[in-house]
Design a protein around this ligand. Structure first.
Ligand code: BGC
Length: 806
């Protein structure tokens, strides 16, 4: 232990006190030993430090900070150097604001396009997500503070996120859901990691010793701190045993008592507690060093410029018929669409950043050089239809050579705590597009959304520029792409399906009651579309440029692959070359190809560069469930260099010696997985893959409700009062939506409807404790008077104890 001398001086109570927050954002301090509180703040794409009222829902404002593009956007840059730079700037702002731990980045896999927090995550591919997040973390931590990679692990849906049990087989877990975390832990030495809310194969991730001990600590040698997601601690002692140093936010000491009790009764050894304290102290002391000579301010303009640069490199040009873009100077341009008036530039929930300034498209038009003939809103931001707005937009479009149409998703549709209902654009925007198309077909759409949308309307636009959620400087970045000041170089970090029904997990997403089954296994994103030959609208890795590139001269050896790229067009530009690997053996099922490396290269017109992408420990490996470790299958491998996952420019084969492991599967028992057609996997086949029975995914309505059941389950509670409360919540939700208060309606779903009862004690900063919650549960389970009496008497005792302590 690094801090044994200090730990030896601590009482048991002091040690336990460090294991949970002092308040919503800070850890406990122990003045007599010189241990200060440290401050944790959201992230991930800017600092969200709340000076006054605290919340994790994005309700109360925070101190202004640069709002960089969100992870879903940055991922499209495929530029690790830029990711690192952004990390450095985030770290610097964290220091100025005295934040020790920045709660980000989030690197969960985009299993399904409906997942509400996709805008905050990087990719459907673990390699790309891991590499981009690693570079960002290196940048953040280079400033002396800590990043906090989240949410570990398999937190791929928002619905019932605090109580859903994620059922996933070990190979899928390792290859898809953990690889990005593995890369981050090993390559960027993140000092903090946040456990997710959900259960993984029957155990809360925070208590899951397979995940937290066997994999994170023993295999990956992680020696940093694990913090719970806010309110995500279930059994504090089980969490501690699994190596969870810090529970957040405060429980006013209630769970510290559980720890003290467990040590005294011998349930856990004091040594376990000491080790946790040691790691927390290490985080505390090393991040505190960053404040020894603290910077008082940062270069706000410089950071804004970087936010713009990141946005510029992340914008993806998806369509450019008739070379409408870049806009010709003499063309008369009509700007239409609500999102030009007020940009959609970040997501909603705990990641909301209060920007230092916000670029506005309309204000920037004059200086952009665009020959703008006017602006019309065209549609209401939150979906309300208006023929008048459409008519006015059409009248303007009539006089234009080109229409710039700013469309996208609003901030209520894409939010933490809720999954999206569909992947469509709102109808009022499509109505507008249809009407405009009749008047003027020269339409360039500028799309703002943090996640995939379906585009049955794609033929009605000649140009499509996807800005994703491009941060506070995004509006300017987009204009610079439209005018050609910037040659677009982003490529998609996720696939765009033609229809939602084409997506691999759509039959299995979201889990609605007890569990969510990952029956599609390793086949998410392009791994599925490619292997099962399902057409997509835009494949993973796709993006256009104003110039063209040619690939040539592939050479492959055991170390890596070398090839040339030439800029064959007339403008300088950047190309993202992608290395995919597939095996020619069919003994073990695999995706047709998987991303194993990439390189973004800048080329002047006519210039050729030789690129080498080295192989690494992940290039040929697969996780073998028989040997329970990574193995290499002896086979011929196809080495592919692509401009996207669907556009392979060069290929070669390479024989690779194997590690000699026994075959893990019986092929005839897993037909869906061997064919890649995993759209309708039977329970029996999934159980074969899992090598165990799948638990019942439905609620057992006969059982009384307990701590980990959710408020939503009051619908079948024994207590009439609880059933009434449920109806009231449902009604309020419906009513709020009806009167257009969708954001407040969302909040009800997120912070009430899907909240487990335990949350009442864990998230109220000590206003309610677990014994009081027992009383509430009595009421819910049909013992109204007994329960009410219990609540009141426990509350009296709690207040008395609090008075005594003062
Ligand atoms: C989110 C985390 C966030 C935390 C603190 C939780 O609800 O899941 O991502 O860091 O709140 O705001």
């Amino acid at each position: 232990m690094k801090h044994k001398d200090i730990i030896d001086q601590m009482t048991l109570e002091e040690k336990a006190s460090l294991m949970s927050g002092k308040d919503f954002w800070q850890t406990m301090d122990i003045g007599r030993l010189g241990i200060k509180s440290i401050f944790l703040a959201d992230g991930p794409h800017g600092i969200r430090k709340q000076a006054a009222a605290a919340d994790h829902l994005g309700l109360n404002p925070s101190i202004p900070a640069t709002s960089f593009p969100t992870a879903a956007t940055v991922a499209n840059s495929w530029n690790m150097k830029l990711g690192r730079k952004m990390g450095e700037y985030l770290g610097e702002e964290a220091i100025v604001q005295k934040v020790n731990v920045l709660l980000g980045p989030g690197i969960n896999m985009k299993r399904n396009p409906l997942a509400g927090r996709n805008f905050e995550y990087f990719s459907e591919d673990p390699y790309l997500a891991g590499k981009m997040a690693s570079s960002m973390i290196k940048g953040i931590q280079s400033q002396g503070i800590s990043a906090c990679v989240k949410h570990f692990a398999v937190n791929s849906q928002e619905e019932r996120r605090m109580s859903i049990d994620t059922i996933v087989d070990e190979r899928t877990l390792r290859e898809i859901y953990l690889t990005a975390f593995e890369i981050v832990v090993k390559e960027s030495q993140t000092k903090t990691l946040m456990s997710s809310y959900n259960l993984l194969n029957g155990t809360y991730t925070n208590e899951n010793t397979h995940l937290m001990r066997d994999i994170l600590r023993d295999e990956w040698n992680y020696d940093g701190v694990v913090v719970t997601d806010w309110g995500g601690s279930n059994d504090r002692v089980a969490g501690l045993k699994a190596g969870n140093e810090l529970e957040m936010p405060t429980t006013a000491g209630e769970t510290n008592k559980d720890i003290i009790q467990a040590v005294k009764s011998g349930k856990i050894k004091e040594q376990v507690l000491d080790e946790n304290v040691d790691r927390l102290l290490e985080l505390n002391f090393i991040t505190e060093e960053a404040f020894e000579h603290p910077k008082k301010q940062f270069d706000m303009e410089g950071h804004h410029q970087l936010a713009q640069k990141v946005a510029e490199e992340s914008i993806v040009l998806l369509k450019n018929e008739d070379n409408l873009l870049p806009l010709k100077k003499d063309k008369k341009v009509a700007v239409i669409g609500e999102f030009a008036r007020e940009a959609r530039y970040q997501g909603a929930g705990s990641s909301i950043v209060n920007p230092t300034k916000l670029e506005n498209t309309l204000e920037l038009l004059a200086e952009s050089g665009i020959n703008n003939i006017g602006f019309e809103q065209g549609f209401n931001r939150y979906g309300k239809k208006s023929q008048r707005k459409i008519d006015k937009a059409c009248a303007l479009a009539k006089d234009a050579d080109v229409v710039l149409l700013y469309i996208g998703l609003d901030e209520v549709t894409e939010a933490e705590g809720l999954d999206r209902e569909n992947i469509k654009l709102p109808e009022n925007q499509i109505d507008l597009l249809n009407a405009l198309y009749e008047i003027n077909p020269n339409i360039v759409a500028i799309l703002s959304s943090g996640a995939v949308v379906e585009m049955p309307w794609i033929d009605k636009v000649k140009g499509l520029v996807h800005g994703y959620l491009s941060g506070q400087a995004g509006a300017k970045a987009i204009l610079r792409v439209l005018t050609g000041d910037i040659n677009p170089s982003g490529k998609l970090a996720e696939s765009y399906p033609l229809h939602y029904e084409d997506t691999p997990a759509h039959h299995y997403f979201p889990g609605k009651e007890v569990s969510v089954e990952h029956r599609e296994g390793i086949f998410i994103g392009y791994r599925y579309y490619d292997t099962a030959n399902v057409n997509v609208l835009f494949p993973f890795g796709y993006g256009l440029s104003y110039t063209t590139f040619a690939y040539s001269n592939i050479e492959v050896d055991q170390e890596g692959v070398t090839f040339n790229i030439t800029n064959t067009g007339s403008r300088a530009g950047a190309e993202i070359a992608q290395l995919y690997v597939g095996t020619q053996s069919d003994l073990i099922f695999r995706p047709k190809k998987e991303l194993k490396g990439f390189n973004k290269v800048y080329l002047q017109p006519g210039e050729t560069k030789t690129i080498t992408i080295p192989f690494d420990d992940k290039t040929f490996r697969y996780f073998n469930v028989k040997t329970n470790q990574w193995e290499i299958e002896e086979a011929d491998y196809e080495i592919m260099i692509g401009a996207s996952s669907a556009d392979i420019q060069l290929n070669s084969t390479l024989f690779v010696e194997g590690s000699g492991a026994p075959l893990p599967y019986e092929k005839n028992k897993l037909p869906s997985y061997y064919s890649g057609k995993i759209n309708n996997v039977s329970l029996e086949e999934f159980e074969t893959l899992l090598e165990r029975k799948v638990p019942d995914s439905r609620w057992d309505r006969s059982k009384p409700l307990g701590y980990n059941d959710t408020i939503a389950q009051c619908q079948y509670a024994k207590g009439g009062f609880a059933r009434f409360a449920f109806k009231l919540i449902k009604f309020s939700h419906w009513f709020l939506r009806k009167i257009g208060k969708r954001s407040t309606a969302n909040l009800i779903m997120m912070s009430v409807y899907h909240m487990p009862f335990r949350g009442m004690a864990r998230m109220t900063g000590g206003m309610m404790n677990m014994p009081m919650l027992d009383g509430i549960l009595m009421i819910v389970n049909g013992h109204f008077f007994k329960g009410a009496k219990h609540v009141l008497s426990e509350r009296r005792q709690m207040l008395k104890a609090a008075k005594g302590n003062n």
